[in-house]
Ligand binder design. Structure first.
Ligand SMILES: Cc1cc2nc3c(=O)[nH]c(=O)nc-3n(C[C@H](O)[C@H](O)[C@H](O)COP(=O)(O)OP(=O)(O)OC[C@H]3O[C@@H](n4cnc5c(N)ncnc54)[C@H](O)[C@@H]3O)c2cc1C
Length: 445
């Protein structure tokens, strides 16, 4: 029976190599150029990052998110999870390893639903890290509930004409193309009437209205925090072959993409929280207060122990979910339930562990001299992006409830008086003998 919690020794060697490589080679990029990780590199940056990408390729660790069945070189979600729990601590790391979002999710869409032409033109350069992409579904008036979406695509001869506005189109200013969800049939439910398109960002009529920053980024528009623009499509014309999949399949395709993206975020959260715990433990062993190290204070010990246990629980859940995806090779309802809950707990873990690490560092933790402030400000975004956690809880709850039925009568099936009555019927003879025995010998237990 295979039920093991260990990593194949050959792959462990690669993970050990990754840990050192990320610390020695990628951390300096993060410190010096935190805002440049998700853009086509300038000529001066190429001599720094191209050799790093080459080393990753030599190790056979480049763009491993797509498995061989989808035309990639990947080894499946479990190994990707083990990799992401190292890479996720630094924004630059996924880029150097060719597994950065939203490109991984878009690659998954193209691999699953793209035509050979679309794959050659967009997927291949995406996997090679030569271009970046955006996924765009959210609109100013429509987020968690897609029934409020308005962006329309109308067929006109050999072209589709797109009109509408999208919000939080992450990285659109650096992207070569957008994977766009637009309504093609407004007369049916949005889940049946939306379609997915490939829209090159140099198409006439596409416009970035303004950059939107996540919190903390508003003082410097050049930073990574400010790459979530509000965009407009004004009579944007794309050829008919830029439709991905069939008309009306937009939501089916979006779910494939978003499911993958969500579990990858969860994998990266392990890295973020482990990094916060590492900082917390180092500080606890280094800082004294009221005559002893703070590691000797019970509340600090509790913060460390809780954080450690919560990370372990979450990690096992993420790995189990990744394993299920590898087995099923699709996002069935059990997997969608677990991805939804991993997504929910990713946010809570991130919020709780990073908050404790900030707190244990005191004023230093609240300053811009530790990475903790940035990590802390990313916590709320985890709870909102790819859908608010409440919606994921509702999804998971719906799937869980499918395995249950209402109680047949007034009382729950576990109602104890009812259970006693049933058990008494089953053991009526023994109960009668017990009563007779106790009448003669008295009540003994
Ligand atoms: C950093 C970041 C990057 C993003 N990148 C992208 C991107 O690249 N592409 C893209 O398309 N979108 C992107 N988004 C947008 C994201 O997908 C939406 O923010 C998300 O779907 C929620 O939509 P909303 O912001 O409109 O919130 P709303 O739909 O307005 O919801 C607001 C709040 O209402 C509550 N709520 C809503 N519905 C329910 C419910 N059914 N049950 C209980 N409570 C509910 C929740 O508390 C929720 O947080 C990004 C968001 C962030 C923060």
């Amino acid at each position: 029976m295979a039920w093991e919690f260990c990593t194949d020794p050959d792959f462990q060697k690669k993970l050990d190599w990754m840990k050192t490589f990320v610390k020695e080679e990628i951390e300096p990029l993060e410190v010096l150029w935190p805002e440049l990780h998700h853009a086509k590199p300038s000529p001066w940056l190429r001599p720094v990052i191209d050799p790093l990408k080459a080393r990753v390729k030599e190790m056979g660790l480049w763009a491993t998110h797509l498995g061989p069945e989808l035309g990639g070189k990947g080894f499946g979600q479990v190994k990707l999870a083990l990799m992401n729990e190292i890479l996720g601590a630094y924004n630059w790391a996924p880029t150097i390893f060719g597994v950065q979002g939203p490109d991984t999710g878009n690659a998954e869409v193209l691999a699953h639903y793209g035509t050979e032409e679309q794959k050659a033109k967009y997927l291949q350069p995406l996997l090679e890290g030569e271009l970046f992409s955006t996924f765009s579904m959210t609109e100013p008036q429509a987020g968690a509930d897609p029934s409020y979406l308005k962006t329309r695509a109308v067929r006109d001869g050999d072209e589709w004409v797109i009109n509408g506005e999208k919000f939080f189109a992450s990285n659109a200013s650096n992207a070569a193309f957008i994977v766009l969800l637009a309504i093609t049939d407004p007369d049916v439910k949005v889940t049946k009437g939306a379609s997915m398109f490939l829209v090159p960002t140099d198409t006439p009529g596409f416009e970035i209205l303004r950059q939107t920053c996540v919190m903390g980024g508003e003082h410097d528009m050049d930073t990574e925090a400010c790459t979530h623009p509000h965009v407009r499509f004004d009579n944007v014309r794309v050829p008919a072959e830029n439709l991905i999949g069939a008309p009306g399949e937009g939501f089916l395709i979006a779910q494939t993409r978003l499911s993958g993206g969500r579990i990858h975020h969860a994998m990266r959260t392990i890295a973020i929280c482990q990094r916060a715990l590492d900082m917390m433990c180092e500080r606890a062993l280094s800082r004294s207060s009221f005559g002893s190290l703070i590691s000797e204070k019970q509340t600090v010990q509790q913060a460390i122990a809780d954080s450690y246990a919560e990370i372990q629980q979450f990690r096992l859940y993420v790995l189990y979910t990744a394993w299920q995806i590898d087995q099923a090779k699709e996002y069935n309802s059990n997997i969608r339930r677990d991805i939804a809950l991993c997504k929910t707990f990713a946010y809570k873990l991130h919020r709780d562990v990073v908050e404790r690490a900030v707190h244990i560092h005191g004023a230093l933790g609240c300053s811009n001299e530790m990475p903790l402030g940035r990590m802390w400000m990313e916590a709320p975004t985890q709870g909102v992006m790819d859908g608010p956690y409440e919606v994921h809880q509702a999804t998971a709850s719906r799937i869980i409830l499918r395995d249950y039925r209402p109680s047949p009568g007034l009382w729950p099936t576990e109602w104890l008086p009812g259970k006693v009555e049933e058990a008494s019927k089953k053991h009526a003879k023994a109960l009668a003998e017990q009563a007779e025995y106790e009448r003669i010998h008295g009540r003994k237990r």
